[in-house]
Design a protein around this ligand. Structure first.
Ligand SMILES: *[C@@H]1O[C@H](CO)[C@@H](O)[C@H](O)[C@H]1NC(C)=O
Ligand SMILES: *[C@@H]1O[C@H](CO)[C@@H](O)[C@H](O)[C@H]1NC(C)=O
Ligand SMILES: *[C@@H]1O[C@H](CO)[C@@H](O)[C@H](O)[C@H]1NC(C)=O
Ligand SMILES: *[C@@H]1O[C@H](CO)[C@@H](O)[C@H](O)[C@H]1NC(C)=O
Ligand SMILES: *[C@@H]1O[C@H](CO)[C@@H](O)[C@H](O)[C@H]1NC(C)=O
Ligand SMILES: *[C@@H]1O[C@H](CO)[C@@H](O)[C@H](O)[C@H]1NC(C)=O
Ligand SMILES: *[C@@H]1O[C@H](CO)[C@@H](O)[C@H](O)[C@H]1NC(C)=O
Ligand SMILES: *[C@@H]1O[C@H](CO)[C@@H](O)[C@H](O)[C@H]1NC(C)=O
Ligand SMILES: *[C@@H]1O[C@H](CO)[C@@H](O)[C@H](O)[C@H]1NC(C)=O
Ligand SMILES: *[C@@H]1O[C@H](CO)[C@@H](O)[C@H](O)[C@H]1NC(C)=O
Ligand SMILES: *[C@@H]1O[C@H](CO)[C@@H](O)[C@H](O)[C@H]1NC(C)=O
Length: 394
């Protein structure tokens, strides 16, 4: 009996020693690869100084080990001023679930071997100087939920393989029509890249899409009218592209939209009166386009959610509509650099929350109404380059 007891004890000791040895070797192995990763980075802020043999790998800066400490599961060196390339050695960190190298100065390409990290659920590479294409091997990452690669110098298209993204929820990069297959995609954010070409109508199949941010790219062509099907869209930002054509009539169906920014494009045509069907709209930004015709009088006839209305730098004509006075939550109103005439409506003083009022560079006439002096929150008032007479009220 006693002997059996001893036997078990030895077994248990042996087993725990095995476990210990396993832990040590796997972590030692990870350490070896990570020191190679370190070697491929330039590290002016010395954020990787404590990546050394002297300390336990789980205490290294940016490393997070799983509780049993067998392997590292997260590597986060976001915003560390690192330059250099993404080391191939990373491919050996098989347990990695999160890799965040965003907001550095990394250059070179996105390595295809990242496709070997089969446990990866978040891959964040945005805001670097990476070039080349997104490798198709990334599509092998079946658990990937978040991929952000925006604000780099990437080119080409999103590989078809990524569009098989059953679990992919967030994506940054480029726009292939295949993206329309990502039925669960909620956020598509690829601002500030060199995206070119048109916006594929297939994106309108992303019925879960809530955020679409393609700002500051080089996209051209029209907004697909099919976008009216994006029933969950609450944020649409296309600012700073080369898009043209009219605001599709179908936009009036985007009833969840809170933020719409189409500024700094070449959109033309009139501002549709049906935009007033956007009953949750808070930001309506159409500045610096070629819109013509009058400002709709009824923008706040159905809903008074509008807080920021930017229509400056177009070719809008006619008078400032009295109906704007219904927009009682309006905080910023920019109608500058247009061809508006007539006088400033005296009922503007019902816009109690207004703190910015920009009307400069139009053809407005008459007196500045005393009501403007009643806007107690007003911080910025700009009226120059008009034909106004009289003094600015106190
Ligand atoms: C770290 O340890 C390994 C072996 O465990 C050794 O080969 C290597 O030279 C050491 N590196 C440093 C910087 O001490
Ligand atoms: C390594 O650096 C990080 C960040 O500066 C720090 O949180 C961590 O405690 C350091 N580890 C050791 C062992 O000094
Ligand atoms: C990485 O660390 C930064 C702070 O240093 C944090 O803001 C960011 O959310 C982290 N990334 C992930 C994926 O947790
Ligand atoms: C992924 O992680 C699980 C545990 O979460 C592990 O069992 C599996 O071996 C890992 N896959 C790879 C390829 O390392
Ligand atoms: C990456 O940047 C380094 C300097 O930090 C430079 O020496 C190297 O040539 C660059 N590589 C590429 C592919 O641009
Ligand atoms: C990545 O996986 C491929 C095949 O799946 C394999 O041939 C290659 O050796 C792996 N690379 C690394 C660095 O593990
Ligand atoms: C949207 O998906 C349907 C089937 O799910 C497909 O027939 C249609 O072509 C897709 N539309 C676009 C514009 O890709
Ligand atoms: C503005 O629109 C008018 C017609 O309403 C047109 O005659 C004029 O050329 C346009 N100006 C610019 C700068 O587009
Ligand atoms: C006035 O607005 C027009 C049309 O937007 C613009 O072309 C012009 O440069 C502006 N003039 C000044 C002085 O700002
Ligand atoms: C404003 O300009 C239009 C032409 O664009 C003109 O028909 C209208 O009479 C003008 N209104 C006022 C009040 O000057
Ligand atoms: C300013 O507001 C006060 C109180 O709401 C009102 O009595 C007064 O007539 C207003 N003045 C002008 C010039 O609109």
């Amino acid at each position: 009996m006693e002997n059996h007891g001893k036997y078990w004890m030895v077994m248990i000791m042996l087993m725990s020693m095995t476990a210990l040895v396993l832990t040590r070797t796997s972590l030692q192995e990870d350490a070896k690869w990570l020191l190679q990763v370190k070697h491929d980075f330039e590290d002016p802020l010395k954020v990787l100084d404590n990546w050394s043999n002297e300390t336990s790998i789980c205490e290294w800066n940016g490393i997070f080990c799983c509780p049993d400490e067998f392997r590292i599961i997260s590597l986060n060196l976001s915003g560390s001023s690192l330059s250099g390339k993404i080391s191939p050695a990373l491919a050996n960190l098989q347990y990695l679930q999160i890799l965040d190298l965003s907001s550095n100065y990394l250059n070179g390409t996105i390595p295809s071997f990242l496709g070997n990290l089969s446990n990866l659920s978040e891959l964040l590479l945005y805001s670097n100087k990476l070039s080349g294409t997104i490798p198709k091997e990334i599509g092998l990452l079946k658990k990937l939920e978040v991929l952000r690669a925006g604000d780099n110098m990437l080119s080409g298209t999103i590989p078809e393989e990524i569009s098989k993204c059953t679990e992919l929820r967030t994506l940054g990069g480029f726009i292939p029509a295949e993206l329309g297959h990502c039925k669960h995609l909620e956020i598509f954010s690829a601002a500030g890249n060199n995206l070119e070409g048109t916006i594929p109508p297939a994106l309108s199949n992303l019925s879960m899409l809530q955020t679409l941010n393609l700002a500051n790219n080089r996209l051209s062509g029209h907004i697909p009218p099919e976008f009216g099907r994006l029933q969950r869209l609450n944020y649409l930002n296309l600012l700073g592209n080369h898009l043209d054509g009219k605001i599709p009539r179908e936009f009036s169906q985007l009833w969840q939209l809170q933020i719409l920014d189409l500024s700094r494009n070449q959109f033309s045509g009139i501002i549709p009166e049906t935009l007033n069907k956007l009953q949750k709209i808070q930001y309506l930004v159409l500045s610096e386009n070629s819109f013509v015709g009058p400002i709709p009088n009824n923008l706040c006839a159905r809903s008074i959610t509008l807080q920021h209305l930017f229509l400056g730098g177009n070719n809008l004509s006619g008078t400032i509509p009295e109906g704007l006075s219904h927009c009682s939550n309006l905080q910023q109103l920019d109608l500058s650099d247009n061809a508006l005439n007539g006088s400033i409506p005296s009922n503007l003083d019902s816009l109690r929350n207004l703190y910015v009022l920009l009307l400069h560079n139009n053809s407005l006439t008459g007196n500045v109404p005393p009501a403007v002096g009643n806007l107690s929150r007003l911080e910025t008032l700009s009226l120059y380059h008009n034909l106004l007479t009289g003094a600015i009220p106190p």
